[in-house]
Design a protein around this ligand. Structure first.
Ligand code: ADP
Ligand code: MG
Ligand code: MG
Length: 883
């Protein structure tokens, strides 16, 4: 096995496609070298070494030391330096790099190779020896922190203390001698805190750093990130060792990050931040406020600090050239890190940039427009779930708002919530089903769980590329960063700005699109679904083969779903209608009635309501198919539970309290999920199904008359396990259709079908299809009954099941392809064999889950049905699965 891959000087042993082996960073450094771009030479220790390391008691393959030595010599040859040399020392960075980018998870060590001797050589070579000592003190702090575990603040305090004693305020005011002095102090700190001297041998430093990178793969925050992003532990990380270039060599040097397109809006223009005379992560760390790259951005931001375009025109031109090369080559928006050393630009990283959903859409649509990618490719580029971000509200521009501060618009969208000052509080709020805004001076990877729990994030420090901003954009959460005017007091749990003091628990609104922080709750607006969104959806609709319907019980749902492009209703749950207004009284009367006569009388009161519901749904869906499910839940769900409710029913129906309680007891069940529900109701109390069928058909006639569009209702019988059940209910429905046709003199089409939600129904699908005209897979119940897991009780034990790998994912979120999926397949095959044109759909929660939609495509369903807000997601997922 080859463990080490070199790059530099216009060539490389690796390339972009070797990301699994070299990690993302290493693969792209190799690729950029191959493209002839200016990349400091270096080498990548493969992810296989990481795997080996953990499989062999944290030891390395025996050949590794030799390969590293040889690769280091190659780097030395290219730079004219030697690692550890007293005259011409080679300095390197040691950088982690997993397959998938894990922002901020593992820290990079810069300036490695410096010691008391090599720092002198560096000082001699430089225009200003200050640079050498600045680099050395950075190295000591970074290395001690990352490798030796000495906390940062020990060094920071020493630095602050020194600055105070010398009356200095900015790091840049410190001269070479100041740093020299501090280096002595720092070394003493290391000795005290770590128990031994700061390592002077470059070799030791290097292996210490390499080991630290591998070790960091298993630290809790890395594990947490992997868990949240489904990154397998087995992937491992690579280590990149690369010759240093220095952005801190004075005013002709700089360091920066840039995107080839705006990661918030998607606008096609170079976008980013840089800092003159700075190194490494100074830009991201938010210690100094970075400068804009383009003049346009500077003007827009109204900044008085010169842009890179103005201050360093040659480097800007070079960056512009390179970004063109990279975008063409990768055919996607790039997120680049660069450093300028005495006027010469070096590329240190490129990767496909993270972006908001809005930006992702615009970029995909524009790249397709530019001919860089095909429309199909554009469709594939958008993660369906990410569309969610676009479907959510923004602040109504006309709403009154009390803006108390403004920061950077770091991640778009608006959010309202109560102030929390730490991640634990954010999690606690979420557990209590309260919305929160996480307010921090800045965030770090430890805050990720809190960021997940909060509706939005507000920081007082850090730029557009700060941790908070990058992570929030990835999560699709609104974020306002760098609100310098807000003072946070963690101890007192308050934030203060312009004389206003807000406490934890007070409500604020943040607008991640403008950077505004607003006191109290502000009115929100529904999103616009035109422009890039509409364009991409149109492309998606053109390629997909499955239809997308919605689950809608109310006119409001149906209307929202139509706006999102639903092509009909796949599931209308009629029971929800029974709770509306004072209908519940009639429902209870029906349940409490002694005989069919009594039930009929009560049902007659419900009929007009139910008919009106359906007229509205048919009208909204004008001509599109509408599937209506007959009453499904156990009747006791409708009975009064509290004493107060019982009294209400007594008053409204005249039925005695005793009788109500008796009937409630009678109807109560040990296991209602498997109890008196579904078609069992229609079989025992056919008059309920008859009333519903009448309402459906009368509504169909009326809606067809009103709108001029023919209505073809699909009447769906729930929880069938054998054909006989279905036939009994169907005969009542057919009889009612005939009656309504005769009474009204109208002719109409309709279909009667069934849910497949019990394993036996799936197996007997061939027989059931003899009379059923359509199947809708109710995969919520089918999952419950196939796995024998009650969905409502699953939370207590599903956690360990997914952790132990018994279930890859929660089967209620993403369909269990192997088990439940097989039942769906069997039912599909047997159903189709019996009735070739049988209509097949899915109406469980899975209908809105992209992975499950892929499965539906594979088995060849005709449509998926999902909640209104997931309709666009399903349209896109269906398109992707058809490609
Ligand atoms: P991360 O994965 O956290 O972005 P990187 O390995 O990219 O960490 O390193 C962070 C920063 O350190 C880079 O953006 C760059 O500014 C600086 N850096 C890394 N390697 C070098 C190098 N060889 N020369 C100069 N700066 C470097
Ligand atoms: Mg980092
Ligand atoms: Mg980086």
């Amino acid at each position: 096995t080859k463990w080490v891959y070199s790059f530099g000087d216009g060539k490389a042993e690796g390339e972009a496609s070797m990301r699994n082996l070299l990690g993302g960073k290493g693969a792209n450094l190799a690729e950029m070298s191959n493209l002839g771009l200016p990349v400091p030479p270096g080498f990548t220790i493969t992810t296989e070494v990481c795997t080996y390391y953990y499989q062999h008691g944290e030891t390395y393959p025996s050949e590794l030391a030799e390969e590293v030595k040889a690769a280091l010599e190659k780097v030395g040859a290219l730079t004219g330096r030697r690692f550890g040399d007293a005259e011409k020392p080679l300095l390197v960075s040691v950088r982690s790099g997993a397959r998938a980018s894990m922002p901020g998870m593992m820290d990079t060590v810069l300036n490695l190779g410096l010691n008391d001797e090599t720092v002198e050589a560096l000082a001699k070579d430089a225009d200003d020896e200050r640079f050498a000592y600045d680099s050395y003190r950075r190295f000591i702090t970074m290395y001690s922190n990352v490798v030796l575990g000495v906390e940062h603040h020990a060094f920071e305090e020493a630095l602050e203390h020194y600055k105070d004693s010398k009356n200095l305020s900015l790091d840049t005011e410190l001269k070479a001698d100041d740093w020299k002095h501090l280096i002595g102090v720092y070394k003493k700190i290391v000795r005290d805190e770590h128990g031994s001297d700061f390592p002077q041998k470059p070799e030791d430093q290097l292996w210490g750093a390499i080991g630290a990178v591998f070790d960091s793969w298993m630290i809790p925050r890395a594990k947490k990130y992997r868990e949240l992003n489904s990154i397998p532990e087995s992937w491992g990380t690579a280590v990149n060792v690369q010759a240093m270039v220095f952005g801190n060599m004075g005013d002709t040097s700089a360091t920066g990050v840039a995107f080839t397109r705006n990661p918030s809006t998607g606008e096609s223009a170079l976008y980013g931040e840089f800092l003159i005379n700075a190194q490494g992560e100074d830009v991201v760390a938010g210690i100094r406020t970075p400068q804009d790259i383009t003049e346009k951005a500077r003007i827009e931001a109204n900044s008085d600090k010169p842009s890179m375009e103005k201050a360093m025109p040659e480097s800007f031109a070079e960056l512009t050239r390179i970004y063109g090369v990279l975008e063409k080559h990768y055919r996607d928006m790039q997120d680049m890190e660069f450093t300028i050393e005495r006027g010469k630009l070096w590329m240190l990283q490129t990767r496909n940039g993270k972006r908001t959903a809005k930006a992702a859409l615009r970029i995909a649509v524009e790249l397709a427009g530019e001919g860089l990618i095909s429309k199909d490719e554009a469709i594939k580029r958008i993660e369906p779930g990410a569309l969610d971000q676009l479907l959510h509200p923004t602040i109504d521009p006309d709403a009154e708002r009390k803006v108390i501060a403004t920061g950077l618009p770091a991640s778009p969208g608006a959010a309202v919530g109560e102030i929390v000052f730490n991640s634990e509080a954010a999690e606690a709020a979420r557990k209590a089903e309260r919305k929160s805004i996480l307010v921090r001076i800045e965030t770090s990877p430890e805050d990720i769980h809190g960021m997940h729990a909060a509706e939005g994030i507000l920081t007082t420090r850090g730029g557009m590329t700060s941790h908070a901003a990058v992570v929030a954009r990835g999560m699709g959460k609104p974020c306002v960063s760098g609100v310098g005017s807000i003072r946070i007091d963690y101890k007192a749990q308050t934030m203060t700005v312009g004389g206003v003091t807000l406490k934890a628990g007070d409500v604020i609104t943040i607008d991640g699109s403008t950077g505004q922080v607003i006191q109290g709750e502000v009115k929100m607006l529904q999103p616009e679904l035109s422009g890039d969104f509409a364009a991409l959806m149109e492309w998606a609709d053109a390629v997909r083969t499955m239809k997308v319907r919605t689950n809608a019980d109310t006119p409001a749902d149906a209307r929202a779903a139509r706006k999102f492009g639903a092509e009909g209703i796949g599931l209308c749950r009629t029971e929800h209608m029974f709770f509306e207004g004072d209908r519940i009284v009639a429902v209870r009367e029906m349940i409490l009635a002694d005989d069919a006569e009594g039930r009929r009388a009560a049902l007659a009161k419900l009929l007009p309501y139910q008919r009106q519901d359906f007229v509205e749904l048919f009208t909204i869906m004008s001509g599109l198919p509408v599937t209506i499910r007959l009453l499904d839940p156990p009747l006791h769900e409708f009975l009064p539970h509290t004493d107060e409710e019982v009294q209400e029913v007594v008053a409204a129906t005249g039925v005695s309290e005793d009788k109500i309680r008796h009937r409630t007891r009678e109807l109560s069940e040990h296991n209602p999920m498997l109890g008196f529900r579904g078609c069992r109701l229609a079989i025992a109390f056919p008059e309920i199904a008859e009333m519903q069928a009448r309402a459906i058909f009368e509504a169909a006639v009326q809606a067809a008359k009103d709108t001029g569009a023919p209505v073809t209702p699909e009447v769906m019988v729930p929880l069938v396990f054998t054909r006989m059940e279905f036939d009994i209910v169907k005969s009542r429905i057919d009889a009612m259709a005939k009656a309504v046709a005769e009474e009204t003199g109208a002719t109409f089409e309709y279909q009667v079908g069934t849910m497949i939600e019990l394993p036996r129904a799936a197996l007997k699908a061939g027989e059931i299809a003899e009379t059923a005209e359509f199947f809708s897979f109710g995969t919520n119940d089918l999952t419950q009954t196939a796995l024998g897991i009650s969905r409502d009780d699953a939370a207590t034990f599903l956690g360990p099941y997914t952790q132990k790998g018994i279930l890859a994912v929660d089967p209620f979120v993403s369909i269990d392809r192997e088990g439940v999926g097989e039942l769906v397949k069997i039912a599909t095959e047997r159903g189709r064999a019996q009735r070739p044109n049988i209509k097949l759909g899915i109406c469980g929660e899975h209908g809105g889950d992209p992975a499950s939609i892929g499965f539906c495509q594979e088995v060849g369903l005709d449509y998926v049905s999902c909640s209104p807000f997931r309709v666009p997601i399903a349209r896109l997922a269906a398109a992707q699965s058809a490609l």
